[in-house]
Design a protein around this ligand. Structure first.
Ligand SMILES: [Zn+2]
Length: 457
């Protein structure tokens, strides 16, 4: 039963809040709750002119709450908290026999929304029997939409790969990485590595890291012996490698932005989590002073991708996927400040998308994650024999309070693991209501296909 507090007693309780704490609560940017009219107005039928899908890799509810507490306080709200229609979805993978695997990786999960099909961990938009399935990006391109793929990871990493390539194993990122994908090997007549397939798919805007994959030499065909990047420029891509090059890119052509050899640099830095009794004194995170000069942030990449993809005169808009990849990677590394900084930067990218949608209400914006992850907010360690068995760090939040973050899905010092809980899927715009309730990750494919009016599975 809900607990109801009489109004008079609530007033007395509020009066007891210390003045400093009350002042701090007034400073937070908390929107008014939605009323019935606002909720009804948020439910719009499709189709949409454009779809922007923003994925926080490994950004479960725990990761969102940690970033919110740290950056804007427990009563504050992030940009991603402002989407009016919110549901949860299940993320499980399957094995080769179709039985559920309760903890997914990024390849199987992205295949879910990219194609509408469940698959095995490691698969990139192929079903367990090895059949390639058309992706939402491919269907959108075929129907005349412009397409974009933006990430802080290598462009050939699992999440960006799944919307524009089909390989048996996520490791097959460049032509020199094909050991696990004989069926896609170009020397045997296959479609090639993920890097080669992204180019062959003519994705209009590709922005991220992974220069090392595009420097690998093509193994067969007219470009044999030359780097994938040369095949890209011959196919009409302009190659840029820094913020200045990105700023100079003009709409109309195809753009390949490779801003790092591997993943993009982290936004923030700070102490790693470590086993108790370490890290019980609250600390703050700092901006990463060693980010490469001229390397754009995710929000910059998102703004530029939207500017390039949106041709105002075109009847059809675009499909754009944006991934904040290193939330996951720093969760694996038990690096709270790295993880939070990536979540905050991802939220800035969400704000860019929402600002665009504010000017273009015919845009479906979806903010979600691919799977949940390790980090948990836990109680402050009580005694030497009552504390997290994992690695911890105590952070001083925006409100000046201590927040203990624990990583304990594996032993301290080991790479931490994904977890299997459902994750948030939030949306606004045409067809956004389809995310309400509890759905499955594969249902997001149908939501986006309906919004774009493309043929679903
Ligand atoms: Zn991961």
């Amino acid at each position: 039963m809900p607990i109801s507090i009489p109004r008079r007693r609530l007033t007395v309780m509020l009066a007891a809040v210390p003045l400093a704490a009350a002042a701090a609560l007034l400073l937070v940017n908390r929107p008014a709750p939605h009323n019935g009219d606002a909720a009804r107005e948020a439910v719009l039928d499709g189709p949409a002119r454009s779809v922007i899908l923003l994925v926080g890799d490994g950004m479960g509810d725990s990761e969102i709450t940690i970033a919110r507490n740290y950056a804007v306080g427990a009563a504050g709200r992030l940009a991603m908290d402002s989407l009016p229609l919110t549901g949860s979805y299940t993320t499980y993978a399957v094995d080769r026999d179709g039985r559920p695997v309760y903890v997914t990786d990024s390849a199987a999960s992205a295949t879910g929304w990219a194609t509408g099909h469940k698959t095995y961990n490691g698969a990139i938009s192929v079903t367990p029997d090895g059949r390639a399935q058309p992706t939402i990006l491919e269907l959108a391109a075929r129907a005349g939409y412009r397409t974009g793929n933006v990430t802080t990871a290598e462009l050939t990493d699992a999440t960006p790969a799944a919307i524009g390539a089909h390989v048996a194993d996520r490791s097959c990122q460049g032509p020199a990485d094909m050991a696990a994908c004989p069926g896609q090997d170009r020397t045997r007549g296959g479609a090639g590595s993920i890097a080669e397939q992204l180019i062959a798919n003519r994705v209009d805007v590709l922005l991220g890291g992974g220069g090392q994959r595009f420097n690998q030499l093509v193994q067969a065909g007219p470009f044999a012996g030359r780097p994938v990047s040369e095949e890209a420029t011959a196919a009409g891509y302009t190659l840029v490698t820094d913020a200045a090059g990105l700023a100079g890119a003009r709409s109309g052509g195809k753009l390949l932005g490779l801003f790092a050899t591997g993943n993009l640099d982290l936004a923030w830095t700070g102490p790693r989590a470590a086993p108790y009794p370490a890290n019980t004194s609250p600390v703050a995170c700092t901006p990463n002073a060693s980010r490469a000069a001229g390397q754009p942030q995710l929000s910059d990449l998102t703004a530029k991708a939207i500017a390039l993809l949106d041709a105002p005169s075109a009847k059809k808009g675009f499909f754009l996927q944006v991934e904040g990849a290193s939330i996951d990677k720093q969760d694996h590394a038990a690096n709270p400040c790295g993880q939070i900084g990536e979540t905050v930067e991802f939220d800035r990218a969400v704000k860019v998308a929402l600002d665009y949608a504010g000017r273009h209400p015919d845009t479906l914006v979806i903010v979600t994650a691919d799977h949940a992850h390790t980090s948990q907010i836990v109680e402050y360690p009580q005694t030497d024999d009552h504390h997290s068995p994992g690695a911890i760090l105590t952070l001083r939040t925006a409100e000046g309070a201590p927040m203990v973050v624990s990583y304990a899905t594996t032993l301290p010092g080991q790479s931490q693991d994904h977890t299997g809980t459902q994750v948030r899927v939030a949306a606004q715009g045409p067809d956004a209501f389809r995310v309400l309730g509890v759905t499955d990750q594969t249902d997001l494919f149908d939501t986006m296909a309906a919004a774009l009016g493309v043929t679903p599975r």
